[in-house]
Each structure stands twice: as structure tokens, then as C-alpha cells.
Write a protein of this length. Structure first.
Lengths: 241, 605
């Protein structure tokens, strides 16, 4: 109906259709904008802020900001890279992320993003929060120590699985993924094959007994950095679990 | 017991048409009835409204005034805002705790009392203050705290605590509060006398487009702080497609140090409601919502009464003032203790019965707001200006104040000043002149616009209060020479940590990290490099946060770094010995020493 238009990302002209977000248009053009809470097939959420870009000089989340004709978007510039690094480091210190013995290692988007952005150790102090683990479900484990509050499980369960197993409860530093049951995950309708489980970018929602089917060293991000698929144009974004 | 819960909840849900968008009212009513919103109650609400248990829990757990576990029959919430603490809230807290035998956040074993802290309740001009259930008690002392507890033990009805009524409508039979207005200076726009109906009559004689044109001619800008032109907002909303439209008044005045809306709601409710009605006419809305912060629940019965009187007078309802086809009514939506709901999209979420999470923009509320319909959200004071513009004309309004900021502004001033209270001043007034008016000549630091605004020092007191210089939603907090601005900044950061909704990473995590480092400096363990760390982290949180809360939350640190740098430099010291001052060797090895049963060999260091 409406006309396609163009805008630029780091000086490169990108085509977009009205209604597309900056991230979607970039993706189609083979330009990767780092992100964590965004996942293809889920409603854009804009919570992690890793996809922050400068739009005509103003910081915006590329996953929720509509592309606009003639907009000048800056993504791989020092100021934006620094913001992204800071956010990834915040997520690391906020939770308890022990990559060396996490079975998600190598398939974890948080870990992969840290590698991509060149983070070796966070500059912020660890918070070492006390978080709980729920192993009540026969096939799925919830480990909130590794949760980054991206809402991918919440959106996938509600909008794709049609189950509403998860929802945020509490606010601020007390915010966590709650479950639709009086006490634990085993009481919900969650199934191992649910999109909600596969949607977790980290090791917070794990299928039991399949953690080491693919050995460490031969996993998704062991082979190539996160985002490589977009640059190659095969659009497998968000494939992490 | 469970059956009682089920039937009580069903009755309440029925009263709200089993409508889950009325979740705030349902949860509030269930809590009033059952004392808390327990798991079984959440399940019953979910069943009755066709939603999920976890969605109800999501709402209950978001708002500070809702609780899943039983609290005391009487809940004492002491305001722990910076101003209250300056004026003795800590001693008052101690007295409450001693008298009740509890620590903050605890309930007495007999289930009679809960004592807890709450952020600014809009009573900084009569601090320290607390809410006893819904009843405000002000100008507290340790003695008063002990008296209050004893009196409540004898008679648990908090209304009995009010022995001396406040001025104006605070003494109204439906308010019966000890709160004082402290109106120190009236002005021609908001605090002048107002006769209901005159402004509306004049507005209805015009076309909606002409009303909007008048708001633009008057160059009215939002009074909440952001300063968006009201007429343009209305025009967007009027033009937006939608089978219904809504007018929402943001009376969630939560910025610490702001209490001017409290006074407007008490003394000029008609002026406000008339402005909302004019807005309804201008944009083509039939319904309005007053989102009233939970802390002002004591004004609710009075405000409902004002609405009823307006209905009887034909100022609300169908064919208003005989204008065929113009129907408009207003309902009151109670908040429940969440500062972030002052952000307009979070406020809309809350009105829709959801967590007070801000929404992604675009779409803007004027395009898609409440329940997806085009919605205008304006501040209490803005609607008052609307009425006065309709009554006295756009030209009359535009010549008040300064060139870029027409009209007057209500300022609430508190802290180290002799005449705290509410002042209606023309825009463009130099801060210095205003400080003299309020008896704050020896101010050493002034927080303009609350913690989300800026902390400035005497070199900036010559600047003027207006949109283009010192912009403020109305909060002016004064700090005298003896105050420690870094301690104040730390307390404000604690406030933002408490009030962040937690949706986005920078605000949820960044504010905690900012406070951690400032606290380290305040403990004398800061390094000179910590100042750059704070600056960079603060700028990141501002740039990357999703809504206005996170985009302004680092301001207590960033503006003190800018304007009170010497105070920081006096507290940090270089690491001459190459060790981090924040690393405590003794504490680090304490546990190992305990296990080993001997002192560490490093201890001579």
C-alpha cells in the first residue's frame, strides 16, 4: 500500500517498508544489530536495550523504533558500542552467570554477545543475588540465577503456545519471572516442546537430560560469533536453544 | 474459609462487571475486604475475570500498597523522603518501632499493626508525615509517634487521630484531615476564585477546533514537567481515528518534594474537572479518568462528591449545559503506590488493570492510549489552566509569565526554608527571588524539579524558573549550609532503585550500581577514578533507559557531580599504597579465620 523508503545505518543505505522497525529493516539488509530480548516471531519488547542505536543522534531501541524515511542511524560507533557493553556487563553482574559449568555455554546468547563485544570481565561489581531454582517439572528446569528478564518465555508462552505459563511479578530489583501456578512449574501446562522453553536465550529455562547432546566446542556460537547468520542473510536470528 | 474467599471475590468482581481492565479496583476492594490478596484470592479473581493467576499476581506484586500476605489492621507508612529525614523522620521511626516492638516492614505479633516506610507522600511542607491506613498525620515528633500508637491501641480507627482539622477543604466533612494547605501566594490562574460552569459555558459556545486553537494561541504547555504544548497534543488526539476517545488527568503526583496537586485537588477540584470536561469536548471524548495516587485516598470521598455535584448541576453527564450530543463523565482511578505511574504510558497501563510498566512509543497515547483508544493525558495543573484560558481568553493567559513560558506555575517548596508551602508565581521568576519569598535566603543547594530534576548551587540561583531555563513540575527542595549533598543524592538514588519498574536493564541495574559507588564514596572508600565511573555510568543509564524515569534517575548524581564537584573531591582519596580502599582485607578473610581458628598471617598489614 504505502511506499518503501530508505534510511541509512552507519552510512549504508537500507530499504524499509512502512511499519518495519529499524532492526527488522537492518536484518533484511544483512546488517546485524546486537540484541537479546528481541526474537523473530515474538512481539518486540524493548527491554534489554542492547539494540540501542542513535537515530538522528537520539538513543532509541532498534527493535521497537519504527524505521523512518531519511533517518540517520548509527550502530557500530564508539558511543553505542560502549552502551551495549555496559548493558551486557550489567546483566552479568545482576545475576549469577557461571559460564564454565552452565550447560547452555556455547549456545547462550548472553555469553556470545559478551564475546562479540569483546568483554573479558565486567567493570561493575557482582551483586551475587539469592535466586531460586525450580526443578519440579519432569522435563524442564528453571534457574533464575541465569535469568536476564528478557520476557521471551513470557511472550512465547502467551502468544505462540497460548498457555500463559509465565509472567513477571514484583518490580525493580525484585522483578522475576513468575509462573501460573500456586507453587511450582510442575503444576503448569508447560511442555518441553513449547516455544517458551526454546525461546530462552540463556540457561534459565533448560530442557532436562539433553544439555550435553552436542559437546562443548561444537555448539552454535563455538563455530561463529552471534549475528553471523544475519550478515550472511540466512536470517536464523534468535536460534539459540 | 476458601469458600468465603471465593464468594467475596466474586461479589467484588461482579461489581466491576468481571472486567479485568478494572483489576486495580478489584484488587483494592479484595484487599479491603480480606486484608490481603492471598494465593486463593488471586485464583478466584483470575477465574472471575477470565485471566490467569500469574497475571493477577503480576499486578498485586507490582504496587507497594497491595499485599499478598496479611498486614496489620492498622498500617503505618512513614514517609522517608529526604526532606522528612532532614526534619526528624528517623527519630520518629525509632519511636514507632520502640512503641510497637517491631522493625520497619514488620507486623506486630497480634496482627494489629504494621510499620513500614514509604516514599514521598506529598506532605514535605509538614514533614515528617505518615499515612495511618489512608489518614495522613503530619508534623510528627517522637512524642507524637508514641501518642499515635497508644491512641490506636485504645481505638484502632485512624480517623480518631485527627484532633485538629486543617484549613480550607481539609476541614470539609468528607475530608476531615489535619493536612494544611500552606497556600503562601495565590495567583490569577490556578488559585484565584472560580465559579463552576463559566469556563465550560464559554468553551461550549465555540467549536472544538476553536477551543484547541485557543489552547495553542495561549501557548499552554504541560505543567507536569515535560512541557509538551497542550493544544498540539489535543489536535493529534482529535485527528486520530478511534471510535472512542479518553481524557486522563495525571494526579499521581509522586515526584519527591511536589505537593501542589494535593492543594489543587483539595481547593480547586471544580477548576480541574471543568478543564477535563473542556478537553473532552475539544477532542471528542465521552469519558475521563482522574488517576489519583493511592497516597491521596483521603481526598477520594470529597472528590467523588464534587463529581456528583457537577452531575446534578448538568456539568457532567448527558447533553452537558444543554449542549445536545455532548456527553462526558469522569471516574476516579485509584493508584496504589508506584512512582513510575506518573509516567503517562505507565499510568495508562495502570488504568487498564496492568502492572505500571511504561509502554513502547510510538504509538503515542494521543494515537493509541487507554485500551488502544486515542487518549489525552494532562497534569492536574494543566487542566486548571485550560479552564482559566476558556474563561478569560487565550490573550489574557499568554500575557502572563514570560515569553517562552506563558502563565503561572505552582511551586511546592520545602526543606530548609521558613515558609514552606505552595506558591503561584509567574513563569520567569528568578529562583533567588522565589527563595527569598519562601524564607530560604541562606540556601546552599536547591533541588529544582525533584530528584529527576537538578541540584544546583548558589551560582545558579539567578536563573529563572521557566521551560527554557530551570524547568520544573513544581518541586523545589531547599538545603541549608550544613547539609551533605552527596548523602542527599544517595537517598534519592535509593528512591529510584525502589521505584524502578525493572522493565529495562539500564534503569533496573544501573541505578543500583550508581548508588553502590556513591555509597562507597560517602563511606570514605572512594577513589578519584570513581567520579569518571559515575559520570559514564550515569550517562549510559540516561541514554539507554526506556522511559523518563530511567532517563532522569541518574540526575541526583550527574547534577551534583557538575555543580558540587568539590564535595566529591573532598571525599575521595587516591590509592597511595596501590590497594583499593573499598577492599576490606579483614572482612575478606574473616570467614576463613573462623574456620581455621586462628588469625590470618596477613593481619599485621
Amino acid at each position: 500500500m504505502s511506499q518503501a523508503f530508505t534510511f541509512t545505518i552507519d552510512g549504508v543505505e537500507v530499504r524499509a517498508r512502512p511499519g518495519q522497525t529499524i532492526l527488522e529493516a537492518a536484518e533484511e539488509a544483512g546488517v546485524y544489530i546486537p540484541r537479546l530480548c528481541h526474537m523473530k516471531g515474538l512481539i518486540p519488547y524493548g527491554s534489554c536495550r542492547v539494540c540501542t542505536v542513535l537515530v538522528n543522534g537520539r538513543p532509541q531501541a532498534a527493535c521497537t523504533q519504527p524505521a523512518a524515511p531519511g533517518a540517520v542511524v548509527e550502530s557500530e560507533v564508539p558511543r553505542v558500542r560502549e552502551i551495549r557493553r555496559s548493558i551486557i556487563e550489567m546483566l552479568f553482574v545482576e545475576g549469577n552467570h557461571f559460564c564454565m559449568f552452565c550447560e547452555k555455554s556455547g549456545n547462550c546468547e548472553l555469553q556470545a554477545m559478551a564475546y562479540r563485544l569483546g568483554i573479558t570481565a565486567p567493570k561493575y561489581p557482582y551483586m551475587f543475588p539469592k535466586r531460586d531454582v525450580d526443578a519440579s517439572h519432569p522435563e524442564v528446569l528453571v534457574d533464575r540465577n541465569r535469568c536476564i528478564l528478557c520476557a521471551r518465555c513470557i511472550r512465547a508462552s502467551r502468544d505462540v503456545d497460548g498457555k500463559n505459563v509465565f509472567q513477571f511479578v514484583g518490580r525493580g530489583a525484585h522483578k522475576r519471572v513468575g509462573i501460573d501456578a500456586p507453587s511450582n512449574l510442575g503444576e503448569t501446562k508447560l511442555e518441553a516442546a513449547d516455544k517458551a522453553v526454546a525461546a530462552c536465550p540463556v540457561g534459565a529455562l533448560l530442557r532436562k537430560r539433553v544439555g550435553y547432546v552436542v559437546p562443548v566446542g561444537r555448539r552454535l556460537y563455538d563455530r561463529e560469533p552471534i549475528g553471523s547468520d544475519v550478515a550472511k542473510g540466512d536470517g536464523r536470528t534468535g536460534k539459540g536453544g | 474459609m476458601t469458600e468465603n474467599v471465593e464468594s467475596a471475590v466474586r461479589t467484588i468482581c461482579q461489581a466491576y462487571g468481571y472486567d479485568r481492565t478494572r483489576m486495580m479496583d478489584i484488587v483494592r476492594a479484595v484487599q479491603e475486604k480480606l486484608g490481603c490478596v492471598s494465593g486463593p484470592a488471586m485464583e478466584a479473581i483470575a477465574r472471575a475475570t477470565g485471566t490467569h493467576r500469574v497475571d493477577v499476581e503480576s499486578v498485586v506484586s507490582f504496587y507497594a500498597f497491595f499485599t499478598e500476605r496479611p498486614k496489620g489492621k492498622v498500617v503505618i507508612r512513614l514517609c522517608n523522603d529526604v526532606i522528612d529525614r532532614m526534619q526528624g523522620a528517623d527519630a520518629v521511626a525509632q519511636a514507632f518501632c520502640d512503641e510497637l516492638g517491631v522493625r520497619p516492614g514488620e507486623t506486630t505479633p497480634d496482627g494489629a499493626f504494621t510499620f513500614e516506610y514509604t516514599p514521598c507522600i506529598g506532605m514535605c511542607d509538614q514533614a515528617p508525615a505518615a499515612l495511618v491506613n489512608d489518614v495522613p498525620v503530619t508534623s510528627l515528633s517522637s512524642d507524637a509517634a508514641r501518642r499515635i500508637v497508644r491512641s490506636l491501641r485504645a481505638d484502632p480507627d485512624p480517623r480518631k487521630l485527627v484532633s485538629r482539622l486543617g484549613d480550607g477543604n481539609n476541614a470539609h466533612p468528607l475530608v476531615q484531615s489535619m493536612v494544611l494547605n500552606h497556600i503562601r501566594k495565590t495567583g490569577p490562574v490556578v488559585l484565584a476564585e472560580f465559579v463552576s460552569g463559566e469556563a465550560l459555558q464559554k468553551a461550549l459556545a465555540m467549536t472544538p477546533a476553536e477551543v484547541i486553537r485557543d489552547m495553542k494561541t495561549a501557548r499552554l504547555r504541560g505543567r507536569g514537567g515535560a512541557g509538551f504544548p497542550t493544544g498540539i497534543k489535543w489536535e493529534f488526539c482529535r485527528a486520530a481515528p478511534g471510535e472512542k476517545k479518553f481524557v486522563i488527568c495525571n494526579a499521581d503526583e509522586g515526584e519527591p518534594g511536589t505537593f501542589k496537586d494535593r492543594v489543587i485537588l483539595t481547593e480547586r477540584a471544580d477548576l480541574l474537572f471543568e478543564g477535563m470536561t473542556i478537553a473532552g469536548y475539544a477532542i471528542g471524548a465521552q469519558a475521563g479518568i482522574l488517576y489519583l495516587r493511592g497516597e491521596y485516598a483521603y481526598l477520594r470521598a470529597y472528590l467523588e462528591d464534587v463529581l456528583n455535584r457537577r452531575r446534578s448541576a448538568g456539568l457532567l453527564g448527558r447533553d452537558i449545559l444543554g449542549k445536545a450530543g455532548f456527553h462526558f463523565d469522569i471516574r476516579i482511578q485509584m493508584g496504589a503506590g508506584a512512582y513510575v505511574c506518573g509516567e503517562e504510558t505507565a499510568l495508562i497501563s495502570s488504568c487498564e488493570g496492568l502492572r505500571g510498566d511504561p509502554k513502547n512509543r510510538p504509538p503515542f497515547p494521543a494515537q493509541k492510549g487507554y485500551l488502544g483508544f486515542p487518549t489525552v493525558v494532562n497534569n492536574v495543573e494543566t487542566f486548571c489552566c485550560v479552564s482559566r484560558i476558556a474563561e478569560k481568553g487565550a490573550g489574557w493567559f499568554a500575557q502572563l509569565g514570560s515569553k517562552g513560558s506563558p502563565g503561572t506555575k505552582l511551586l511546592s517548596i520545602s526543606g530548609d526554608c521558613r515558609r514552606p508551602g505552595v506558591y503561584e508565581v509567574p513563569f520567569g521568576i528568578p529562583l533567588k527571588e522565589f527563595l527569598e519569598m519562601a524564607g530560604a535566603e541562606d540556601a546552599a543547594a536547591v533541588q529544582v524539579g525533584g530528584p529527576s530534576g537538578q541540584m544546583i548551587g548558589p551560582k545558579d540561583f539567578g536563573r529563572t524558573i521557566c521551560y527554557d531555563d530551570l524547568a520544573t513540575g513544581g518541586a523545589i527542595a531547599v538545603f541549608g549550609p550544613g547539609r551533605d549533598v552527596l548523602q542527599i543524592a544517595q537517598q534519592y538514588m535509593e528512591f529510584f532503585i525502589e521505584e524502578s519498574c525493572g522493565y529495562c536493564t539500564p534503569c533496573r541495574v544501573g541505578n543500583i550500581l550508581l548508588k553502590e559507588r556513591l555509597e562507597r564514596i560517602n563511606c570514605g572508600k572512594g577513589l578519584p577514578t570513581d567520579l569518571d565511573y559515575l559520570q559514564e555510568l550515569g550517562e549510559t543509564v540516561k541514554a539507554a533507559s526506556r522511559c523518563g524515569l530511567g532517563q532522569t534517575s541518574p540526575n541526583p548524581i550527574l547534577t551534583t557531580l557538575k555543580n558540587f564537584r568539590a564535595a566529591y573531591e573532598a571525599k575521595v582519596r587516591p590509592d597511595a599504597d596501590g590497594l583499593m580502599p573499598s577492599f576490606d582485607m579483614r572482612a575478606a578473610v574473616a570467614q576463613a579465620e573462623l574456620i581455621a581458628g586462628r588469625a590470618s598471617v596477613h593481619m599485621e598489614y
